[in-house]
Ligand binder design. Structure first.
Ligand SMILES: Cc1ncc(COP(=O)(O)O)c(C=O)c1O
Length: 354
């Protein structure tokens, strides 16, 4: 038996690791738990689990259309945004074509490209940000897809509105930009423009978002894409019949309306950022100011050893060696108490013999 040639270079995804009893701040999950409105919807829906879900997730898509004030034809839901990336690649990427993205970014773009036999070109970040000029230089007549995370994981940086707009104006029409806004709801920068505002103007732009972060539903697996109806309806062709489960559909529609929970999450994130910036400045650590619910910090030590050091003290953080950032870590902003504990461990790291 022989696996497909294209899979020879694919290695299974390595998730943020932890161990029983440790505080897990390694996967950018919501420290407040799941949206309570979503939980209620799940409880109500349990008795219907003998039924197949709606294959087009109409109730959820209606809720998204209302939330974003776009037509329902502009949306497709998936089993996490991870599935959406694969659906997009499965729809547009011919074997041997190219995918362009950054070197230090979310690994699922690389995975989706390789899965469908694409060649993935990785353009180095510039000061922790996607380099739009470098990306455009990497695009050629073999390019099918470009992936940009805005904000980027793991650096938390964004591209400004003018940068995205000018990128789209210069990107050949046959190339699709997948703009991943998994952390879009956390952005406070005044020059961020949600991709939602651009999708009707640029028919080769597809924007993805997720319920895993701000809505606290990572374990449920729910993500979605929005784009020009022509593009979205093409992506539907790659979708399996019942890709989004019944509980996720109902929970997602409710979570969108959970304003109280969203506000609490944003406040926790904002206050956490302010506390952490001050503490990191005081301790003398370099970091990228973040527009997301995590911070990327240079620890100037082997990130895998730093991960073990934290885990021995009861906290799981993300070492960034697998992102090509060997002496950096990523910390998911936690509760006030967790943030204090993080800083205390980080401070002790400076004199640790590792
Ligand atoms: C940039 C980015 N996009 C997408 C995802 C995955 O989202 P989902 O849980 O919807 O698959 C993550 C998860 O960490 C992420 O960091």
């Amino acid at each position: 038996m022989k696996i497909r040639k294209t899979l020879e270079s694919v290695t299974p995804y390595v998730a943020g690791k932890t161990r029983a009893g440790a505080v897990k701040l390694s996967s950018n999950e919501n420290p407040l738990g799941p949206s309570p409105r979503a939980l209620n919807a799940i409880t109500r829906e349990m008795n219907h689990l003998h039924r197949y879900p709606d294959g087009r997730a109409e109730l959820l898509i209606d809720a998204l259309a209302e939330h974003f004030d776009l037509k329902r034809e502009c949306f497709i839901a998936g089993n996490g945004s991870d599935e959406i990336f694969a659906l997009i690649a499965g729809t547009y990427l011919e074997e041997g074509q190219e995918v362009v993205t950054a070197d230090s970014t979310f690994s699922e773009y690389n995975f989706s490209g390789l899965l469908f036999g694409g060649h993935v070109k990785k353009v180095p970040l510039k000061e922790g940000r996607f380099d739009t000029e470098g990306l455009l230089n990497a695009v050629n007549d073999k390019t099918s897809l470009v992936f940009i995370a805005n904000p980027n994981n793991p650096t938390g940086t964004i591209l400004r509105c003018s940068e995205i707009r000018s990128f789209m104006e210069r990107l050949p029409r046959e190339v699709i930009l997948v703009l991943d806004e998994a952390y879009g709801e956390f952005v406070t920068h005044p020059d961020f423009c949600p991709g939602r505002d651009l999708v009707m103007e640029f028919p080769n732009l597809i924007v993805t978002r997720t319920f895993s972060k701000i809505y606290g539903l990572a374990g449920l697996r729910l993500g979605y894409a929005m784009g020009h109806p022509t593009l979205v309806q093409e992506i539907f062709r790659s979708k399996q019949a019942f890709n989004v489960n019944l509980l996720a559909q109902k929970a997602g529609a409710e979570a969108l309306k959970d304003h109280e929970f969203i506000e609490r999450t944003l406040t926790l994130c904002r206050e956490g950022r302010e506390y952490l910036y001050k503490a990191l400045d005081k301790e003398g650590f370099f970091y990228y100011p973040s527009e997301a619910n995590f911070i990327c910090i240079r620890v100037v030590k082997d990130s895998k050893k730093v991960f073990d050091y934290f885990l021995n003290k009861g906290m799981a953080i993300r070492p960034l060696a697998s992102f090509g950032l060997n002496d950096w870590i990523r910390y998911t902003i936690g509760t006030e108490e967790q943030n204090r504990e993080f800083i205390s461990i980080l401070s002790s790291l400076k004199s640790a013999e590792i």
